[in-house]
Ligand binder design. Structure first.
Ligand code: CTP
Ligand code: MG
Length: 466
């Protein structure tokens, strides 16, 4: 198989270290093969590197006893960039060495290695991009987050000997990135050094003074699954994991695509219709005010049947229809509550059910809308925020169900947006504090044609994401 390289001729190899036995976890199955959100931990990790455009090849280091299991996993769920399965060693350093040795010698002078723990499935695209970017300027790169707790240094009898200044301390994560030749040299020096007890790859570079090690900002959520309680935490992180569209697909992907939008006459839906048309999309809009109420399953089916008849196919479906009513639950009119649930929750279910048969034919995409209140209910908005929590859960479940057919479904989570619904409920607000409907429409179109599924896409104001 031929290896591709980046423009500057460098090959970026990800080495996924998966040869540990997970003693601290205490289960008979090593933690990298435990299931989280429907897939094994290592499959989640591999998916991030597979999806990263700057990663050319992936090596997996695994223990001999787990090799067959891993091979089966990869048969069921192929990861095309995986080119080698390597036998791990007794220590992480030995496993790391196996990865280094797998780089073909003619590539060595022009290769980067990203050494990553299989048990850190929440590594982000940004972390990988910045690590690779920094390797253009430095021989070694670590990823770390600021230490939030005070770190104490103790002696063998548990007495404090030092309390280092916290502002200079960071907690290391992975990936750790290296120019391959430099990391190889560090390991070779350690092999010939009887006094070397260092096991961390970055520390080897430091030990033998082989160059500066730059630190890229990690993420709190990039946890290493180590103890059983980390599995609970990981599960929660999956539930709220958001995929911000850092370098998502361009808007022009909508060109010539057939897109149906529910809730198309106001706010974000209206902006979607405009923007989609501007970029050459074949946009079809529906709204309660024009006779298609999403709470009416048959009306939704009829609307999509009409689009199919006119266009011969449907590539994407969006539901922006929603109502927001406030008030203490006890004080509210039951019919009003039912209406809110019927539009916000059942409406999305109706749209998804009607859309799926069409989208299976085109391997299309669906976007539903949630709200930042989905993670935590708010007083006076308990019905609204719980319907929005339901949308996230719905998206996660449907994403798993539809993955085999190639249909993608995601939830858009806009922060406060200048829409008629917002003005009605909250009155006028300073425009600079609000997202525009067009910004949300942009993120929605990008998400419709992105390759991920089952995620919550946060849309924030540009200034707020800095
Ligand atoms: N690792 C490895 N080879 C080893 C030891 C560890 O490839 N000989 C990998 C693990 O599979 C894991 C990563 O290095 O993905 C981080 O190590 P750690 O969290 O310590 O995992 P384990 O060694 O499996 O766990 P424990 O230390 O609790 O036994
Ligand atoms: Mg270990």
């Amino acid at each position: 198989m031929s290896t591709s390289t980046s423009n500057n001729g460098t090959t970026n190899y990800a080495v996924i270290l998966a040869a540990g036995s997970g003693e601290r976890m205490g289960f008979s199955t090593p933690k990298q093969f435990l299931k989280l959100a429907g897939r094994t931990v290592i499959e989640h990790t591999l998916a991030v590197f597979q999806a990263h455009p700057q990663i050319h090849e992936i090596f997996i280091v695994v223990s001999a006893k787990d090799r067959l299991y891993l091979e089966e996993l990869l048969l069921k769920n192929p990861v095309p960039k995986v080119t080698k399965l390597l036998n791990g060693g007794a220590t992480r350093k030995d496993s790391s060495w196996a990865g280094i040795c797998a780089v073909p010698s003619d590539r060595l002078p022009n290769a980067n290695l990203l050494m990553h723990d299989a048990v850190r499935p929440f590594v982000t695209r940004r972390i990988i991009s910045e690590t690779i970017d920094a390797l253009g300027r430095h021989a070694a790169v670590d990823v770390a987050v600021p230490a939030v707790d005070t770190i104490v240094s103790v002696d063998g009898e548990d007495f404090i000997r030092d309390i280092p200044d916290r502002s200079a301390l960071r907690r290391g994560q992975t990936p750790q990135g290296f120019r391959a030749a430099v990391l190889k040299k560090a390991h070779e020096l350690s092999h010939g050094d009887p006094h070397c007890e260092v096991t961390d790859d970055c520390k080897l570079i430091l030990n033998y003074n082989l160059g500066d090690i730059y630190v890229v900002r990690g993420e709190e959520k990039n946890i290493k699954i180590t103890y059983p309680e980390d599995l609970f935490l990981a599960d929660k992180i999956f539930q709220v994991n958001s995929s911000t569209l850092e370098d998502g697909p361009p808007l022009r992907r909508v060109q010539d695509k057939v897109v149906a939008v529910f809730g198309a006459t106001k706010g974000i839906g209206e902006a979607l219709m405009f923007l989609g048309r501007e970029y050459g999309g074949r946009m079809h809009g529906f709204a309660a005010s024009t006779g298609c109420d999403v709470s009416d399953a048959e009306a939704v089916e009829r609307a999509l049947a009409g689009v199919l008849q006119a266009e011969g196919r449907i590539d994407a479906v969006v539901n922006t229809a929603g109502v927001l009513r406030s008030g203490r639950l006890a004080d509210r009119d039951p019919a009003d509550i039912e209406r809110e649930i019927a539009v916000n929750y059942l409406g999305s279910i109706n749209v998804v059910r009607a859309a799926l048969p069409h989208l299976e034919a085109t391997r299309g995409g669906i976007c539903l809308f949630t709200s930042s209140s989905f993670t935590r209910g708010r007083s006076l908005y308990s019905v609204y925020s719980s319907t929005k929590a339901a949308i996230v859960n719905l998206v996660q479940g449907i994403a798993e169900e539809t993955a085999p057919q190639g249909v993608r479904i995601n939830a858009i989570n806009p922060e406060r947006t200048a829409t008629p619904m917002r003005v009605e409920n909250f009155g006028p607000e300073p425009p600079e504090s609000l997202l525009t409907a067009r910004e949300v429409a942009e993120a929605t179109i990008k998400t419709l044609f992105a390759d991920f599924s089952g995620t919550v896409v946060d849309v924030r104001r540009k200034s707020a994401t800095l």
